[in-house]
Design a protein around this ligand. Structure first.
Ligand code: GTP
Length: 363
């Protein structure tokens, strides 16, 4: 890692419902979905630790009880972890305010805030140093995307000061968008109303800009991905397996395929393109799996072709089926000879009969 800042505290926002990732998030919150063989958050925790973060408060809400069993007190990750749960979801700003009750930091200290669904290669230490050097109220990581129309865009002046926080628009004024990693001066968190639903994007940041506080942009062009949609989730896993983003949490060497313990891949199968194969998952002879996520105990039968897809826990893709850019829910069975494409989602437990053929809507 580029640079380290010992002692930094962080809040990790992990309470969202992950609606865009359904049905994967019906049983598991987005930050715990297996990604390149480990819960998504493991990659973020490992990167944060590598930059000197030692204490992280999880801001939980949706399926809150599932986080502590997964990460415990954090000792296994070289971290100290705390869990703060909202009685009802407080939005991003309300969640930060609520979680801050568990921080040790003083009013002038920097606090790192991470969205729990972002993979980023940026230098967190450098972002914090930029924040401290300019005595900013908040410093936002900004990234550039080809199509900013899907995001709020964040223009800055020549000194890096954020001048506006703009909602999605068909004519964005800049390609720079909010990358979901902030450094707050602690006192700015304390100024968010307590116990209320607040959005940092819609209320806190525009409010700080309006009142003349220094909201700084930290822009860079390293690897960045919001894994909030099925296609992006699969891409994130694939990029980690292929080594396009370095992660200390990857449970094996980078390469075309990462297979967890007990996975059985026939020597006559082709598994490539950064595919992750879960524990006890089976890929039979003559099957081709490319750039996909096969979760634990799933089966891809002989002659099936799975590309850019997620196959849920215990799900089965039967012989001769084509699955491309699709999500198969946990325990679902896709009968022989089907063809699933174009973002189709099969709900958990659904059994598609043989050659129910081409699905263009969710089942
Ligand atoms: P979608 O429903 O698919 O939009 O996903 P999401 O629920 O994760 O929402 P979004 O991607 O906008 O959230 C950004 C980050 O904030 C994610 O890490 C969420 O887990 C987190 N988040 C959003 N709302 C809340 C909330 O009310 N409480 C907490 N604790 N976290 C939240």
């Amino acid at each position: 890692m580029e640079s380290s800042l010992p002692g930094l505290e962080a809040i990790l926002l992990v309470g969202g419902q992950g609606t865009r990732l359904r049905p994967l998030t019906l049983g598991t919150p987005k930050p715990l979905l297996p990604t390149a063989g480990v819960p998504f958050l493991a990659h973020q925790l490992a990167r944060a630790r590598a930059f000197g973060v030692r204490r992280i408060v999880f801001a939980t809400s949706y399926k809150a009880a599932m986080f502590e069993p997964a990460f415990g007190d954090g000792a296994a990750f070289g971290l100290s972890l705390e869990y703060m749960t909202e009685e009802s979801p407080l939005g991003t700003g309300g969640a930060i305010r609520n979680a801050a009750e568990a921080l040790d930091s003083g009013p002038g200290d920097p606090v790192l805030i991470l969205n729990g669904d972002i993979l980023s290669g940026h230098d967190i230490g450098d972002q914090v140093r930029a924040h401290l050097a300019r005595r900013a109220a908040v410093t936002l990581h900004l990234t550039e995307v080809d199509d900013p129309t899907r995001f709020g865009c964040v223009p800055t002046d020549e000194t890096g000061r954020v001048t506006a926080f703009l909602e999605k628009t068909p004519n964005p004024v800049t390609n720079r968008i909010n990358a979901g990693c902030y450094v707050f001066t602690r006192s700015m968190i304390d100024s968010i109303p307590c116990g209320e639903v607040v959005s940092v994007e819609r209320e806190t940041f525009p409010g700080l800009i309006k009142s003349g506080e220094l909201v700084l942009g930290y822009a860079d062009r390293t690897y960045w991905l919001d894994v909030g949609t099925p296609a992006a989730f699969v891409q994130g896993s694939r990029d980690l397996v292929l080594g396009r983003l370095d992660s200390p949490a990857l449970p094996g060497p980078t390469g075309e395929c990462l297979a967890l313990d007990g996975a059985r891949i026939s020597p006559e199968a082709k598994v490539r393109g950064g595919t992750a194969v879960g524990a006890r998952a089976v890929v039979e002879a003559g099957a081709t799996v490319t750039g996909s996520v096969l979760l634990d105990d799933s089966v891809v039968e002989s002659g099936a072709a799975v590309t850019d897809a997620v196959v849920g826990k215990g799900a089965r893709v039967c012989a001769g089926t084509v699955v491309r850019d699709a999500v198969i829910g946990d325990g679902a069975v896709v009968g022989p000879g089907n063809e699933l494409r174009h973002g189709v989602r099969i709900w958990p437990g659904v059994e598609l009969p043989e050659r129910a053929v081409r699905y263009s809507s969710d089942v």
